[in-house]
Design a protein around this ligand. Structure first.
Ligand SMILES: Cc1cc2nc3c(=O)[nH]c(=O)nc-3n(C[C@H](O)[C@H](O)[C@H](O)COP(=O)(O)O)c2cc1C
Length: 157
């Protein structure tokens, strides 16, 4: 949706960052974005982890980070993204953030792994995060929407 620049200044910006090879994590990312957009005054930016810039991290008011479980930890692209934005972690500190994962059994350990790494950025945690096994089903997407809405409500200016 097109909005004039002056209006966008007053919008709460939710950044949804994710990695996804076969679309499972991306489905959750989209559902989180949909949930966040239910809250008035919110705009959502969805970014593939590899395309994220430090400016986008700085401009955001809240964050959702999502990864597939690779070898029971976060994917290489998500780890690289966290490594790249680590020097900018003061922009994340104190702002609402949540994590979400998908996997084939290792989704919870991947979520715990993301918890630990993002914890070093000292965000204002929005918990519980979401760990989904296999392709997300309707109930998982519903939970993801609720998580997005909770994140957005914690962030509105
Ligand atoms: C290289 C690779 C390693 C994986 N390792 C694990 C694993 O250790 N544990 C697990 O539960 N799933 C593992 N998976 C399965 C994915 O986590 C799972 O299919 C996930 O939902 C894929 O998400 P995506 O569609 O967003 O890429 C692996 C997948 C790939 C490609």
């Amino acid at each position: 949706m097109f909005l004039p620049l002056w209006l966008r200044v007053f919008m709460t910006k939710i950044l949804v960052v994710y990695d996804s090879r076969t679309g499972n994590t991306e489905k959750l990312a989209k559902a989180i974005a949909d949930g966040a957009l239910k809250v008035k005054g919110v705009e959502v930016v969805m970014k593939r982890a590899r395309d994220l810039t430090p400016e986008e991290v700085e401009e955001a008011d809240a964050y959702a980070f999502g990864s597939p479980s690779h070898f029971s930890i976060m994917s290489g692209e998500i780890l690289t993204m966290f490594t790249n934005i680590y020097p900018h972690r003061h922009n994340v500190a104190g702002k609402p953030a949540c994590v979400f994962t998908t996997g084939a059994g290792g989704q919870v350990t991947a979520l715990e792994n993301m918890d630990r790494i993002l914890g070093t950025f000292n965000p204002k945690w929005i918990k519980p995060g979401l760990a989904v096994e296999g392709p997300p089903k309707a109930k998982d997407l519903e939970q993801a929407e609720k998580l997005g809405e909770k994140l957005a409500k914690a962030s509105v200016k």
